[in-house]
Write a protein that binds this ligand. Structure first.
Ligand code: NAD
Length: 364
């Protein structure tokens, strides 16, 4: 099996380096190959997703991705901005199903912005459709308004759209995921206002007929945003469209203490996947050994489970992360009184040590 490794920009290189050390410590044999992506690729080749990088990602069984972006590229034309690389990879590889687990480890309840009783033991899974919706819908652009109260004024527009097969395939993924957990699925929409999401709701309801063992409920996105901070543990598996999923999954991230803890998987129809932390390139802390590498390390665990068929190795990584947290080691983003503050590299050292010695890590 071949893994394409695309560290990207900012903290991407620092956190992926630690994830690679963890992968190497497992003593499993994988072929790995690195390539530039994002701002780093733009600097070297004039494009954020060069042909060679895309070809490597296509040829590999799995992609381990760091993060892309830096404010210094904000003035570039949109097609050349680093973030276009991740959109291009999702589209080109057909990665339509984004899994974002939000787990609040018992040791980190104090780092959450919500009260401990609301988040302690939180374990929800947000499944976001990733290649459709208003993010990809055509037409889009700027023009002179053709009608309305401001006819002739400059306007910008995007198109929200979903086809039946796009909704059906993400619904099947979500129902199957729910079957493996508590058999509860919440579909989030805005059917009261948007035609696209009335259609979404209708199709999800139709697909539900094939999964009678799963309890399905529907929720409007504004209510879902509210319930996520009111009673997040009421959710188990949530499925939603691209834009709503983008927003809700970041909201859920904060419930867990830090976005630096959240892994993600983006899968195609055959189980091939791109694995990355849910956060961005964090230019504000890049190069300072401050980034939390655990989201990326936990993304490696998802890669082993979903694509590389190594569930035991995945569980070993997850247990090692838990052992390290239980030992009190904390990067700055999850640090609270009583913890031992460590940098990116030391956190990687601790996970590798927990994997290889299987001994409890003691505070240093
Ligand atoms: P961000 O996720 O990079 O950072 C948000 C905040 O969280 C910052 O304060 C940052 O320091 C902190 N943070 C993020 N990851 C962390 C970690 N592992 N450890 C500790 N702290 C962490 O979001 P942003 O600041 O809005 O965006 C920065 C750049 O990243 C932008 O160019 C944006 O477009 C890009 N971005 C890329 C991706 C991606 O590559 N998939 C996703 C989101 C944002």
């Amino acid at each position: 099996m071949k893994i394409a490794i695309l560290p990207g920009d900012g903290i991407g290189t620092e956190i992926v380096a630690q994830a690679e050390r963890v992968l190497a410590a497992l003593d499993l044999r994988f072929e790995t190959e690195h390539a530039l992506v994002g701002g780093a690729a733009y600097e070297a080749h004039g494009h954020p997703l060069p042909e060679a990088t895309l070809a490597l990602a296509k040829a590999a069984d799995a992609v381990l991705f760091g993060a892309v972006g830096d404010w210094k590229y904000d003035k570039l034309e949109r097609a050349l901005r680093p973030e276009q690389a991740i959109l291009g990879l999702r589209k080109s590889l057909g990665l339509f199903a984004n899994f974002r687990p939000a787990i609040c480890y018992p040791e980190l309840t104090a780092a959450s912005s919500l009260k401990p009783e609301l988040v302690g033991g939180l374990d929800i899974l947000i499944i976001r459709e990733l290649t459709g919706d208003i993010y990809f819908g055509q037409p889009r652009g700027r023009r002179s308004a053709p009608d309305g109260a401001f006819t002739g004024a400059e306007e910008a527009f995007d198109t929200m759209r979903y086809t039946r097969p796009e909704i059906e395939r993400i619904a099947h993924v979500a129902f199957k995921a729910a079957q493996k957990r508590s058999k509860r699925l919440t579909s989030v929409d805005k059917a009261n206002v948007l035609e696209t999401f009335q259609f979404w709701k209708d199709v999800v309801t139709e697909v539900h007929a094939q999964y009678p063992d799963v309890a399905l409920d529907h929720m409007y996105v504004d209510n879902a945003a509210m319930q996520l901070v009111r009673a997040p543990k009421k959710f188990d598996v949530v499925v939603t469209g691209n834009m709503f999923g983008d927003i809700l999954s970041d909201e859920a991230a904060m419930l867990t203490g830090s976005i630096g803890m959240l892994p993600s998987a983006s899968l195609d129809a055959h189980g091939k996947g791109l694995y990355e932390p849910s956060h961005g390139s964090a230019p504000d802390i890049a190069g300072r050994d401050l980034a939390n590498p655990l989201a990326t390390i936990l993304s490696v665990a998802m890669m082993l489970r979903f694509t590389l068929n190594q569930p035991e190795a995945a569980a070993r990584i997850e247990q090692a992360v838990q052992a390290v947290l239980a030992s009190g080691l904390r990067t700055a983003d999850i640090w609270a009184e009583g913890g031992t503050k460590v940098g990116t590299r030391q956190m990687g050292d601790a996970v590798v040590a927990a994997l290889t010695t299987k001994k409890a890590i003691t505070k240093s």
